[in-house]
Ligand binder design. Structure first.
Ligand code: BG6
Length: 482
């Protein structure tokens, strides 16, 4: 259990993200006894909610299965309340500050204990007004302040730099926690351990042995209901510049000099600075169209009829360093695809021509991030028995079979815990953000300026029909090609 008293203020408390992610994570941290004794959670939003409505929203996604869960929920509700207010009015901020002071008095918090955590489950348009109001009127001068913000952090290098600058005038960098929830996922957190705690992997982890790396995020649903947001951001800004790039960084970075947050983030930034900006030639863009009873992207009323917004992209990244010379990193993401899958697939080189086992199937190491964490390694084995035939099989570490009694917490649980411990390892640093945008911005601008038409693909398919030929150019061998 953590010791430091804290008041957590959840902005956007009546919204979707807070209901689906923030509150369930806080509840789980509370019921597992992790939150400090002197904790209080205040929800804040513009909606005028009664206590009953507030409770309904924040409990809608909680899993309450037993009597003991119910008891925990009753206790949890006692430490939380709701305050209605505006995001751009001094009066609202003063009222909120007064309210928090009262809550601090009730818990008898002295100097140094008046810690405040501002959690922004908010759309980007109100980030700055809220951060401004907080720093002016709600900032605690007798304790530690922390502010958690959710992506999107800008739309390109310029807007992101501006946002970082504006936010930097209001909060210190070590008070800011930029969430990329992929960094809280179990398998993503495991990448460092896998790479650096297993000696045998070290020598294989380079262009010497690896042919290509594929990092994939497939979703079987479209942008239903989010068309307005999505059309402005597209698949590249929505999940690639952030989630997939974070996974990429952990897979490709050099060994950090330490396991502390700054060393890890230094290693990532250093890697990103060696990545060439993506070109249009190294991209394949797609947009889903109606299929049977499933609507096309442009059938959404909030999407312009002539939208060129990619809902699918395959982008190839090249790293200019010794380790990864000529190894393509193929990032692929899409909505309205045939299934749900997030994975890293490392394809090793073919056995050499003229060697004893020329033509053997390539080895692959797969880290499945979701659904169902797993690591498996495809390798060749002699068929048992009186045969010399080769069979390709899997060394399989599927978590649900291997770690039967262990609960894998939701990404947000671990991340909020990190914030409470002031651990920045799994959060995005400002210079990391800059380096990330530098890789994507020229391509994003080109797509928008030249109105590059995405290739159509039917909802529920594997993506545009050009996909297989496209990835083949980069040396990817699909099982069905063998
Ligand atoms: C969000 C994107 O950041 O990540 C969504 O805005 C996407 O479009 C989601 O669906 C994917 O996250 P997860 O955890 O469901 O894989």
């Amino acid at each position: 259990q953590l010791n430091d008293a804290i008041t957590i203020i959840v902005f956007g408390a009546s919204g979707d993200l807070a209901g689906k992610k923030t509150y369930p994570a806080l509840f789980n941290l509370y019921s597992t006894g992790v939150l400090p004794k002197k904790v209080h959670i205040t929800g804040y939003a513009r909606s005028d909610l009664s206590r009953e409505e507030y409770v309904k929203r924040i409990t809608a996604h909680l899993k309450i299965n037993s009597d003991s869960d119910k008891q925990k929920l009753d206790e949890f509700l006692k430490i939380t309340d709701y305050t209605q207010g505006q995001y751009d009015q001094d009066e609202s901020w003063k009222t909120l500050d007064k309210h928090i002071e009262e809550l601090e008095q009730e818990r008898d918090l002295g100097k140094g204990q008046k810690n405040r955590l501002f959690y922004m489950a908010l759309p980007p348009s109100v980030f700055l007004p809220v951060a401004t109001g907080l720093s002016k009127f709600v900032y605690s001068s007798e304790g530690r302040n922390r502010i958690v913000i959710e992506k999107p952090f800008g739309k390109d290098l310029e807007s992101s730099t501006q946002l970082a600058k504006d936010l930097g005038e209001l909060f210190k960098e070590d008070e800011i926690y930029r969430i990329d929830h992929y960094l809280g996922k179990e398998m993503v957190k495991n990448i460092m351990t896998l790479r650096f705690a297993n000696m045998f992997l070290g020598p294989m982890w380079s262009a010497e042995s690896i042919d290509n790396v594929q990092i994939t995020l497939k979703e079987p649903f479209g942008t239903e209901g989010r068309g307005g947001y999505f059309d402005e951001y597209n698949i590249i800004r929505d999940v690639m510049q952030n989630h997939l790039l974070q996974v990429f960084s952990l897979v490709a970075m050099e060994k950090p000099t330490g396991r502390d947050p700054e060393s890890i983030r230094d290693a990532k930034v250093d890697l990103l600075r060696h990545v060439k900006p993506i070109t249009l030639e190294d991209s394949l863009l797609g947009q889903y169209v109606a299929n049977n009873d499933k609507p096309g992207y442009k059938d959404d009323d909030t999407v312009p009829e002539d939208s060129i917004c990619p809902t699918f992209a395959t982008l190839v990244l090249w790293i200019e360093n010794e380790r990864w010379k000529k190894v393509p990193f193929i990032l692929k993401a899409g909505k309205g695809l045939d299934n749900a899958k997030v994975e890293v697939r490392i394809q090793f080189k073919d056995t050499p021509k003229g060697s004893l086992y020329e033509g053997a199937v390539r080895n692959e190491l797969v880290l499945r991030i979701q659904p169902g964490e797993a690591i498996y390694f495809k390798f060749n084995n002699k068929r048992p028995g009186l045969s010399q035939q080769i069979i390709t099989t899997d060394l399989d570490l599927t978590y649900k079979d291997r770690y039967k009694d262990m609960r894998v917490p939701d990404a947000y649980e671990g991340l909020i815990l990190d914030v409470l411990r002031s651990d920045h390892s799994n959060f995005v640093r400002d210079d990391e953000l800059d380096a990330a945008w530098r890789i994507f911005t020229p391509l994003l601008h080109k797509i928008e300026r030249d109105r590059i038409e995405p290739k159509p693909y039917p909802y529920g398919s594997r993506g545009p029909k050009e996909l297989d030929a496209f990835v083949k150019k980069y040396g990817v061998v699909r099982r069905s090609d063998v």
